[in-house]
Design a protein. Structure first.
Length: 176
């Protein structure tokens, strides 16, 4: 009921992002269970089980949108493509981390195999990292809600409702 009551406070991401650069990142919300209907919840990157949520934020660190959860075993690129974000943010400038290489999202430069970054690569990656810090702040503010910051212990089938309700509460708290 709380989620339904707060839905009017959740902005339309396309309208909220008009004329802005959109920062994209993923986060893992850890869970107690490693299986869900035959799908692996284990994330090799984090070496833990959970759900992958895609987060969109502004350069000021304001939350724009949160995707529906996918199993934690799914890479950020897959989660990005499965979310509605590619259509919603199609004509926006987007910035992400190296997990989004191969998409239309701008990323930093990858470390060449067997070598370190050149001075030019380091210089090119520094502004990207500086700008991306804002999406990390948005994730940190989303994790102010204890249910996303600690291991989720409820039924896994209810997590999508929990995620949308917490998102609505975050927008309500921000005053959208």
């Amino acid at each position: 009921m709380v989620g339904k009551a707060l839905n009017r406070h959740v902005p339309d991401p396309a309208e909220a992002s008009a004329g802005r650069v959109v920062l994209i990142d993923g986060m893992l919300v850890t869970t107690w269970d490693w299986k869900s209907e035959g799908t692996s919840m284990y994330s090799g990157k984090y070496r833990d089980t959970g759900f992958n949520l895609q987060i969109a934020a502004t350069l000021a660190g304001d939350l724009l949108a949160v995707s529906l959860p996918l199993p934690g075993s799914r890479h950020d690129v897959f989660a990005w493509r499965q979310s509605r974000f590619p259509e919603v943010f199609a004509d926006r400038d987007k910035l992400g981390d190296l997990g989004y290489i191969g998409t239309e999202i701008r990323t930093g430069r990858r470390n060449p195999p067997g070598r370190g970054h050149s001075a030019g690569d380091k210089e090119a990656n520094q502004p990207v990292s500086t700008l991306r810090a804002a999406v990390e702040r948005a994730i940190a503010h989303l994790k102010d809600w204890k249910i996303l910051a600690t291991r989720y212990r409820g039924p896994l089938t209810r997590f999508p409702t929990v995620a949308t309700t917490v998102t609505a509460l975050a927008f309500y708290k921000k005053g959208w």
